[in-house]
Design a protein around this ligand. Structure first.
Ligand code: OAD
Length: 230
């Protein structure tokens, strides 16, 4: 197998056609809910029950969703390249589509962690976390998701992968949340760089933007890139 390294960087838009709502589109979650009341350490301190309910509902929806043709096409890239998916999404649709190397920079909704010790992680699938449910050391469990004001996971490793990649495929992200949006600027000047999304905040230098839905454009790009790898 050819060892060319590809990075696929995804956001909420790659899962939109699986029925999972994005955050900032007209029907996005942050248009209906107030981010500060749900996705910050302060929100957790003030009303943990509300925060748990919000994420319990999101988790149940992930359980009902299925990977779409964009997730499946991204997994097919592995037949010609060494692929790492770096995703801002907390869902597990890349894994269920068959992608083997997936970095979740904003966490994973199918895991819970101790609210005191972030290294105590538990796989919980699609079921709820309840108030009073604790880690084995007795601290309340919380969703393993990165809230605003908390550190992104695996940022340095992700930056390194962006630097090494000869091709970068960005799908379904508004590129409005930092520091992860900065990762795109780590890419090599020589790398082939493509963004697929109807709307983006910015197009960093060297990236080619296709204003398209993920399921329309990702399979076509994957076909082209795999043809190059033959
Ligand atoms: P956003 O909701 O900010 O942006 C969604 C992006 O997906 C936009 O660029 C849309 O144009 C695009 N989009 C919508 N439908 C699409 C489709 N069918 N195919 C392709 N693209 C589509 O979502 P993110 O950029 O992922 O953070 O948001 C980044 C972070 O903000 C999230 O990880 C989350 C959120 O607050 C945390 O929770 C920490």
């Amino acid at each position: 197998m050819r060892q060319e390294q590809i990075v696929v960087f995804t956001g909420a838009g790659v899962s939109a056609e699986s029925g999972i709502r994005t955050f900032r589109d007209s029907d996005g979650l942050w248009r209906e809910y107030t981010l500060a009341e749900l996705a910050t350490p302060e929100a957790w301190r003030i009303d943990p029950q509300r925060v748990l309910e919000f994420y319990n509902e999101r988790r149940a929806r992930v359980g009902q969703a299925e990977p779409n043709p964009a997730h499946l096409a991204i997994a097919q890239l592995q037949s010609g390249f060494k692929v790492t998916v770096i995703t801002q999404n907390v869902d597990d649709l890349h894994e269920r589509a068959g992608s083997h190397e997936v970095i979740h920079v904003h966490g994973e909704i199918t895991r819970a962690r101790s609210s005191r010790d972030p290294s105590l992680l538990y796989d919980i699938g699609y079921g709820p976390i309840h108030l009073g449910q604790t880690c084995h050391k007795g601290s309340q469990l919380r969703p393993h998701v990165v809230w605003f004001g908390e550190n992104v996971l695996n940022f340095e490793r992700s930056a390194q992968l962006f630097r090494q990649a000869s091709r970068i495929l960005v799908v379904g992200t508004s590129l409005s949340v930092y520091p992860v949006a900065r990762l795109l600027y780590e890419a090599s000047r020589r790398a082939e760089k493509v963004i697929i999304a109807p709307e983006v905040e910015q197009v960093p230098p060297g990236y080619r933007l296709f204003r398209a839905l993920a399921t329309e454009k990702v399979p076509a790009i994957v076909r082209d890139w795999l043809a190059d790898s033959d």
